[in-house]
Design a binder for this molecule. Sequence first.
Ligand SMILES: Cc1ncc(COP(=O)(O)O)c(C=O)c1O
Length: 403
Amino acid sequence: MGVGVGTFTVTRRMRELVNEVLDTGRISYGPMSREFEYQFARIHQSPFAVLSNSGTSSLHVAIQALKELNGWQDGDEVIVPSVTFVATINVILHNRLTPVLVDIDPLYYEIDAALIERAITPRTRAIVPVHLFGQPCDMTAVMDIARRHVLKVVEDSCECMFVRHAGRMVGSFGNVGCFSTYVAHLLTTGVGGIGVTADPDLAAIMRSLVNHGRDGIYISIDDDDRARGDELREIISRRFNFERIGHSFRITELEAALGLAQLEDWRSMIAQRQRNAARLTALLSDLSPRLQLPAVRPATEHAWMMYPIALRYENKTRLTAHLESAGIETREMLPLTNQPAYAGMFRESDYPVAEWINRCGFYVGCHQGLTDADLQFISDAIHGRLDSESIAHAEAEYAIHRA
Ligand SMILES: Cc1ncc(COP(=O)(O)O)c(C=O)c1O
């Protein structure tokens, strides 16, 4: 197998907890899910967490709940970055809201806070900063803008967890933070999403929406276990009440068990990713006239879900083809403005940084499963390709493109 962007190693603790679920026979939302929610929320400095079956589902119910609670109208606007995974804007569209793109910062690849205010209109209701590639956005600036313009904030933290900006954990700045535990993410349960919030009303509506819009009095099959008399009669009378149009976004105890086991060693996982990223940067630094290597924002920790690289002048395709043929997996840095699905909705040329990233940016893995030899192999492969072409050639190609 080559050098992939993600990793998944089954540990003894994972087997233990999954077997515990299988031994009890309880697979619907129960003790493992509750404990996973509790611990994940606590790590992310938030009082409440709501599990669902994906990061997309978590974002979907977060926005739907905010729309319900705040009386947003169809067509109201939500600000999102010009580079993100399609799910970020799909959930806005599915909620019948209008995504308004703001270009990204050319160094950190996340929403450029300096451009947000000019995108705000009387119909703007929220900002969705996306902590891309494992790095928190400039949440100090985003929260300041949100406070001044009375906007809600939904952190798309599907690519980032366990790290702080300005001393605070990702996901705990906005009204809600949404995480993904999909394959090749930082904490991997196969499928899975989790939303954290300090707002009990928002948490209750999100939980209801994940469960078909059900009355919060009866979400889990244990919810009537200890009830007697009037309380039991109340639960029975309401347990088939559906208060809003919800979804079947539930997850099982099996994924929660996998997540809970991984919460026992997230610190070493993040530390290894940080070491790997620093090693890659050291190995590639002599190429920095041609490659923009990832930068870490001041007062910010980076979780390094992946290692983004942007060619300063050249189209990436020759380099990525070379890496792929050597067995090194590469991925696009999440092109959005050029997707057929949004034809007519955005003009790529209005987002010059996104346009550059779409043409010249890609990422490779830097996960905890990579060895020093793997990192050296990635570096050698990149050098092997770039050393065979001069910088003059790259600049000439760039000049042709700009003309
Ligand atoms: C930025 C971003 N948002 C949302 C998602 C959606 O997460 P999921 O795949 O769990 O639905 C992803 C998934 O990779 C993502 O990268």
